[in-house]
Design a protein around this ligand. Structure first.
Ligand SMILES: *Cc1c(COP(=O)(O)O)cnc(C)c1O
Length: 380
């Protein structure tokens, strides 16, 4: 089934009790048991809730998995995946992984005896040689934040499996509209549903999707035991958002492509990072594993000496704000905002210069977005 149909009819979005065409918000913590020890389907909302279950079925179908799990945030979803590990295990973490993921591994899992090394996931020989006898998981994002670097999911899943390790892919930036990691051999897909899945910058959520019964049982156990589940009302909001997910993603993809094409003609722009850049060395990977489009994220570096502060403050349609993936276009300056906690020398070494601007392209009219950038650049 095409994803445009799946978002409307995937999962069980009609209420089986009443036939309501929208899954109701089952705002209840407990469920009446009709007989003692009868093994009723619904017992207590931390373990199962009908609204959340409907969303979980839908996200599983969008990511071509057999089971989906909804969490209260992307971080709690990532925590669940990493909690499949035990003291003594080792993780290979992408070198430019999301800051919150790094903090979780570096400051919490490390305390529990789970070690890690960071590696450039685009350098496959480096990944292979970074394995230790205890490496149990590769964890990566593709495209990455904010330089939109790609990693070859299929090649990395083979490397992981050759070492009896799992591959976990954070698919927040690409989304299942553009990339389906489980089809490429990944074992776990995680999402910050706060971004494109929710899409309206109004609800935090996170997801894990698996396609293996053992992994599904493990995540189910962790979700119930740790308890960071998504509430019924927020589950409903995300279900509602997903109905327009395919339409939104098509608009994000098209607008980002249009803005990229225009940015390429601008002399004040020194560098552009975009997965759909056909002239870049990583384009072959994009073509191999991304379909639908290349997503709504672009990063640009203005020419050295141009006033980045003046530029971002002069924009009228793009809002200066962190986060991404909402219907509204945003810009942010990683060196000052999302990546400010990384020491300047390390930041520069990774290519995150003070002139770098990350753009989350929304679903407005593309000509209006281009005109806004044009008037902003004209002021410099
Ligand atoms: C935002 C984000 C997260 C964290 O998600 P929250 O919903 O904020 O907890 C994880 N990974 C990526 C790539 C993100 O962009």
């Amino acid at each position: 089934m095409n994803i445009r149909t799946q978002v409307i009819h995937g999962g069980h979005q009609v209420d089986p009790q009443t036939g309501a065409v929208n899954m109701p918000i089952y705002q209840t913590t407990t469920f009446k048991q009709t007989e003692l020890g009868g093994g009723a389907k619904w017992e207590y909302t931390r373990s199962e809730n009908p609204t959340r279950a409907s969303l979980e079925e839908l996200i599983a179908s969008l990511e071509h998995g057999t089971a989906g799990f909804a969490f209260s945030s992307g971080m709690s979803a990532i925590h669940a995946v990493m909690s499949t590990l035990s003291a003594g295990d080792h993780i290979l973490l992408a070198d430019d992984v999301y800051g919150g993921t790094f903090r979780l591994v570096n400051s919490i899992l490390a305390r529990l005896g789970i070690t890690y090394d960071q590696v450039d996931m685009a350098d496959l020989p480096a990944v292979t040689s970074a394995f230790t006898a205890n490496t149990k998981m590769i964890f990566l994002e593709t495209p990455t934040n904010p330089l939109l670097k790609l990693a070859d999911i299929q090649a990395l899943s083979l490397i992981a499996h050759n070492h009896q390790a799992t591959l976990a892919v954070d698919n927040t930036f690409a989304t299942p509209y553009n990339q389906v990691p489980l089809d490429l051999g990944a074992d776990f897909v995680v999402h910050s549903g706060t971004k494109y899945i929710g899409g309206h910058s109004d609800v935090l959520s996170g997801f894990v999707v698996t396609n293996d019964d053992r992994h599904s049982a493990e995540i189910k156990h962790l979700q119930m035991s740790i308890g960071a589940t998504l509430g019924a009302s927020d589950s409903y909001l995300v279900l509602r958002s997903l109905k327009t997910f395919a339409l939104r993603m098509r608009a994000h993809n098209d607008n980002a492509q249009a803005l990229f094409n225009w940015l390429q003609t601008q002399s004040q722009v020194a560098k552009i990072y975009y997965p759909g850049d056909a002239s870049s060395a990583q384009y072959a990977i994009a073509q191999k594993q991304m379909h639908g489009g290349f997503g709504g994220m672009i990063s640009v570096e203005l020419q050295a000496g141009l006033d980045v502060k003046k530029f971002v403050e002069s924009l009228k349609i793009f809002t200066l704000a962190e986060s991404l993936g909402g219907v509204e276009s945003l810009v942010e300056v990683p060196a000052v905002m999302t990546h400010a906690s990384i020491p300047a020398d390390i930041r520069h070494e990774h290519g995150i210069t003070d002139e770098l601007i990350r753009i989350s392209v929304g679903i407005e009219d593309s000509q209006d977005l281009i005109a806004d950038f044009q008037q902003g650049l004209a002021q410099l």
